[in-house]
Design a protein around this ligand. Structure first.
Ligand code: FES
Ligand code: MG
Length: 592
């Protein structure tokens, strides 16, 4: 009889072990496994350890990322959860992207991070993967990559920071960064005071403590069913956060065995639940772009979740959460009020309860099992009968100015007459033009003008920076004007407010963009009731301007074709805001 030379038949590696997955190609599969074990044994692992389900843990710690500073403790707790349940945990790094340290804008790096995440999950032997992240672009990037890799993945959020305190008042990043800076600029507070405030705005590690993009994406990820509900809000510095990490480790071993993959868990219903939560929390406009990018990674959902889905759901969903910037409070208040569990109990009539979750339970079963009741007095999560805002905190607008859509956070507008407003455009061609002229005393502008900023879209200023919060011209600000109707093809921080229309598509950098053809003095009509964003210019005039622009912009198009490096890849491949500003070659459309 021939001796057995099938290496994997003579080892105790179980048939579920990730060590066999995606073997590196050395021609002979048995040799590949043999080699793999040679090298992993250099780390001291025993055959017993290697025979367990392997749970990868993505480490996004970086000295440049305070939002992820607790990652080492979370890894330790997650490992404990994995190993108490019979798995083997192996951590590995991906890039770390923090908002304030990612020039030109963190959004420029989101797609790169999604590629890093997808390819490392695919490349390495693991049965399930815990993805630790929290800062704005990280959670979207990890979900995008995880869905595309389609191995069992478990998001683990780092959690929000605690609020700080200044002269008896709570303050927190970054809504209070903006209003205090404005007060300093206006001479209302002096340099000593603004310096003291600077020390308190981010008094602990963790993600921004208001309902900005990071908190929004945490709530949305929980609503998608991808993590324990309390994982959305437990503070970064809390012991609760570490217990969530341990629970995630336990869930990871279970899902490593069941092999439930994100493309199985996530359905249209899960996304509708996430969008319902987005509307109910008055979440960041950025989450619209991220959710579209995430859904478009799923072969069955690509093109199914659209801007219209956000609009339809918004019309029946009230704003229930009293957090900055739409309200007054901080994420730890939301957590103490019962967090996502309490919110979802209130939203229950609007949710798809049959949607699946990471543990295999339906959302309805998760809600049924909870003892959380809104039976104690609290002001943070309102009942449906007493909302902060009746419906549509996020609104989608269309018209000849934005044929492919635009988004406004209507709940963040304190001057509601501006939501239905007609005025003359004052156009800035790009951010540099804006910086040069916005405070010019000669600028022809009134409080009824419509400020237009072009060329901050995905291609135009690569990464679609958060420059959509166009400042009020100084002379109007000094005259007491607090808000104006403002339009751009860019984004705005989730922590900001005002009557700001964003994500106008197609963006101005594209030669056939009607938005690019707006000129100073054109009449712009915004009507929130009919969801219209219209340019009062005849079709023929608009078309003639577009034809002219095609010639003017031909050189830019050529430059983009030749640009080197990641920026070149970005400019040539990024799709528009209503598709998620993802790379066209990363969406579910292509073959794997
Ligand atoms: Fe990371 Fe705000 S800077 S969440
Ligand atoms: Mg932000």
């Amino acid at each position: 009889e021939e001796p057995n030379r099938d290496y994997d038949l003579t080892t105790p590696i179980t048939s579920t072990s990730g060590l066999r997955q995606g073997l590196t190609s050395y021609g002979d599969a048995h040799f590949s496994l043999f080699l793999r074990k040679v090298f992993i044994k250099a780390l001291g692992y025993s055959e017993d350890a290697l025979s367990r389900p392997i749970v990868g843990i993505i480490n996004t710690f970086s000295g440049y990322n305070p939002c992820h500073a607790n990652v080492p403790q979370l890894i330790e707790a997650a490992k404990r959860g994995v190993q108490l349940n019979g798995g083997l945990a192996i951590e590995f790094p991906t890039i770390s992207v923090a908002e304030s340290f990612s020039a030109p804008t963190s959004m420029f790096l989101r797609n790169l991070m999604s590629m890093d995440t997808e390819e490392m999950i695919r490349a390495q032997p693991l049965d399930a993967c815990i993805m630790i992240g929290g800062c704005d672009k990280t959670v979207p990037a990890q979900l995008m990559g995880g869905i595309s890799a389609n191995k069992p993945v478990l998001p683990l959020i780092t959690g929000p920071m605690m609020p700080g305190s200044h002269r008896g008042q709570r303050i927190g990043a970054c809504t209070d960064c903006r209003n205090n800076w404005a007060a300093f600029r206006a001479g209302e507070i002096d340099v000593e005071e603004i310096s003291a405030i600077n020390e308190e705005l981010a008094p602990t590690i963790g993600t921004c403590g208001v309902m900005g993009t990071a908190s929004t994406m945490a709530c949305v990820t929980a609503a998608l069913g991808m993590m324990p509900l309390k994982g959305a809000s437990a503070p970064a510095v809390s012991s609760a956060r570490l217990r969530i990490a341990e629970e995630t480790g336990a869930n990871a071993v279970a899902i490593a065995k069941s092999q439930r993959k994100p493309q199985d868990i996530l359905t249209k219903k899960s996304f509708c639940n996430a969008i319902t939560v987005l509307q109910a929390i008055g979440g960041s406009t950025n989450a619209v772009v991220h959710l579209l990018a995430i859904a478009n990674r799923h072969p069955e959902l690509q093109g199914v979740i659209t801007l219209d889905t956000f609009e339809e759901i918004g019309r029946r969903t009230p704003l229930l959460i009293d957090l900055k910037p739409s309200g007054d409070n901080y994420m730890n208040d939301f957590h103490n009020a019962g967090g996502m569990m309490a919110l979802l109990q209130v939203l229950r009539p609007l949710l798809h309860l049959s949607a699946s979750t990471i543990t295999g339970q339906t959302l309805g079963e998760v809600l049924d099992a909870s003892q959380t009741k809104l039976s104690f007095a609290q002001q943070i999560i309102r009942p449906m009968s007493d909302p902060l805002f009746p419906s549509s905190s996020l609104v989608v607008l269309r018209g000849n100015l934005a044929p492919d859509g635009a988004v406004i956070k209507a709940s963040a507008s304190k001057y509601r007459h501006l939501l239905s407003h007609t005025g003359l455009a004052v156009v800035f061609e790009n951010s540099a033009d804006l910086a040069k002229r916005i405070d010019d005393p000669e600028l022809a502008v009134t409080k009824d003008s419509v400020l237009v900023l072009k060329n901050i879209g995905p291609v135009g200023n690569p990464g679609m920076p958060e420059a959509g919060l166009i400042p009020i011209p100084k002379k109007l600000g000094e005259a007491g004007v607090k808000d104006m109707l403002r339009l751009s093809d860019g984004r705005m921080s989730g922590t900001a407010g005002g009557t700001i229309i964003l994500h106008i598509s197609p963006e101005a950098a594209l030669p056939d963009s009607p938005f690019g053809a707006v000129e100073t003095g054109d009449l712009i009509i915004c009507d929130i009731e009919t969801r219209k964003l219209q340019l009062d210019v005849s079709d023929s005039v608009l078309q003639a301007r577009i034809e002219k622009r095609k010639q003017v912009l031909a050189g830019d198009v050529q430059t983009r074709k030749q640009r080197r490096g990641y920026r070149g890849l970005y400019e040539r491949s990024v799709n528009q805001a209503q598709e998620g500003a993802d790379f066209d070659f990363l969406t579910a459309g292509g073959a794997n």
